[in-house]
Design a protein around this ligand. Sequence first.
Ligand code: NAP
Length: 243
Amino acid sequence: MLNGKVAVVTGGSRGIGAAVAEAMAKNGADVAVIYRGSKEKAETLCAKITEEYKVKANCYACDVAVTKECADTVAKIIEDFGGVDILVNNAGITKDNLLISMSEEDFDAVIDTNLKGAFNMIKACARNLIKKKAGKIINISSVSALIGTAGQANYAASKAGLIALTKTTARELASRGINCNAIAPGFITTDMTESLEDKYLSSIPLKRAGNPEEVASLAVFLASSNADYITGEVIRIDGGLAI
Ligand code: NAP
């Protein structure tokens, strides 16, 4: 389904990003995995991908919140792979606290990684995608953006901003053959949600958390030609949480 394509996945070292990178590779794409601190995990994943799926997989250390690091990393990826076809902006962090106790540093850190990071990566890849007159950009938002979550003013705002960035990017780049969509997961079992209490699960209509592979399948669909007529869309994958 994605043979000959090059997929860049930020935050590909763990959780949803690792599942997305693997699913892209399973469907034939070469994969560039971007991580910040988990070097060993990223390297292990790339080695597994190359061995199992016989595609090219390289990993790159890059803090997506830093504009120059994104520009330099994308330039290196283009040099190594010959271009970019799919960009998945998945890197994200939480620094939860009630609004009145939230520090300026924690607000800024979450916005910088979750929202500015995606802007940095889209900008760094845009020229190459425009030149190809094709491309798929997928931003991993959250249901927090749609319904708000107490204790997550920074996170929900960053993820809502990401939806606006998605729609604007979709409008600006549509004439160049580039689609941009957002995925809004609910509770997905990863390191980010390891402290999740059971009581939250009972509020999900399907009565369970999702798994990273389910999000990855949706990302592969959006990256494929089956989704050529979908752009500027936000797709929830949340077991019905935000109905
Ligand atoms: P996770 O397990 O905590 O993994 C986060 C990933 O992001 C790691 O690979 C981490 O890299 C990377 N990362 C963090 N800050 C970065 C930075 N500044 N630059 C580059 N990479 C950075 O998270 P997850 O649960 O898989 O979540 C993935 C995405 O889905 C996030 O955007 C999250 O907000 C979103 N989401 C998750 C859920 C959920 O329930 N899990 C729900 C809704 C949305 P290193 O480990 O290398 O530092």
